[in-house]
Design a protein around this ligand. Structure first.
Ligand code: SF4
Length: 92
């Protein structure tokens, strides 16, 4: 079975108005922040038309990559979604 088929079985419950990841406002992104537009497996990070990095946390798999790369330097604020929200992994 392909990994895409496996991932498709996960469900995601959006906690409307309470994103669990936010990007600190910036004029131009740090290299780490920029890297997230390429390394986030759920493609949550995008470069917008004015050159800043935006995050859309819907679909985040809570892999922690952006947390490791960008929480320490303050580019990103990250917290686990409230109980019952966020990714619901299907095992097996
Ligand atoms: Fe993407 Fe992983 Fe960060 Fe979620 S935790 S936004 S999947 S890099």
């Amino acid at each position: 079975e392909r990994i895409e088929d496996k991932l498709y079985q996960n469900r995601y419950l959006v906690d409307a108005g309470r994103p669990h990841i936010t990007v600190r406002p910036h004029r131009s992104p740090s290299l780490n922040l920029l890297a997230l537009t390429r390394v986030c497996p759920a493609k949550c990070y995008e470069l917008n038309e004015t050159g800043q990095v935006d995050v859309t946390a819907d679909g985040c798999m809570e892999c922690g990559t952006c947390r490791v790369l960008c929480e320490v330097n303050g580019d990103v604020e990250w917290s686990y979604p409230r109980g019952g929200f966020g990714v619901l992994f299907k095992f097996g």
